[in-house]
Design a binder for this molecule. Sequence first.
Ligand SMILES: [Zn+2]
Length: 377
Amino acid sequence: MTKFFAGAAGLALAAALAAAPALAHDDAKVKTLLAEANDDASASGDGSLKALTFGTWGVDLGARDTSVKPGDDFDKYANGGWFARTEIPADQASAGVDYDVYNLTQRQLRQLVTGAPATSQVGGLYQSFMDETRVDLYGNVKRSAAFEYAYALSDLDKPVDRKKWSMNPQEVNAYNGGLENKIVFPAAILQAPYFAESVDDAVNYGAIGAVIGHEITHGFDDQGRKIDANGAVRDWWTAADAKRFDEQAKGFGAQYATYEAAPGAFINPDLTMGENLADLAGLEVAYDAYHRSLDGKEAPVIDGLSGDQRFFLAFAQAWRDKARDDAIKQQVASDPHSPSRWRIIGPLRNVDAWYKAFNVPANAKYYLKPEDRTRIW
Ligand SMILES: [Zn+2]
């Protein structure tokens, strides 16, 4: 999936933790340095370690702009109030859920390492880094690279370790490991607004459910179809299925080619094809799963919203993001994921249930005739 930026600070810390030797340290000096570091942490943000809260049952009703019609701009309908009151911090390329959860996770990680006892491996390593007279940043970076290289080489000729992840637990992200036929959701993404035990089921299905569906779908998209159940690179589809898939994918890509993400920057449908398809199928799979969970019963109405309305609102709010034009232009040029706004609108307008949930009329801006909606699986 790789929906977020890499989080350089977190990666650097993790690499350092993995590579640096434990050093003896002067406890008094370390305590002072730790206190200073913690002061810095509380001064640079709100310092809270609590998960984000979206309303009382998982959707931030005040973030909507209900003057916008859902079919004209569902991103603004779901997030317009929040757009109006949100400024992008000077040190960030965008503001939104991904940065908020990323920043929260960095604070959580910091507490884990600063709170670990000095006698533990993590605590000892962290405190040794805080000893400025002994720390050797340049040397650690070199040792880190040497360690990673040796670690990768040590896998040669060994059986595949299917439990090994290519992401850290603190990464707000998820992926499909095609060669191992697995999907991975690190701890950091299993937090609100993606997932919370306390919220309405429709919200969890619309948010983390669509992410899980997205990752499953990568096993069946333009790349996954070339890897079989054992992780061997082998196209396992019939020629007729592949032909039908390519035709549908082409029409879907043509929709994305019309989306101007920033002035003069249109989405490149070829670059983003696999991710766009995973977004669409992931949403559909999550919707089906939500209805299966209802087991034929009618979902309750909450705050005047039906279960389906809450499902689609949660989906859109989990993707809310306000980015600078330059950041969007860079993303469109280089990232296989479409900008957040189009990860909301792009899939939704192909889903019949979304039209029904919000009574989207034929004259709405993003209306598609039923026969023009992409249906692949
Ligand atoms: Zn993906």
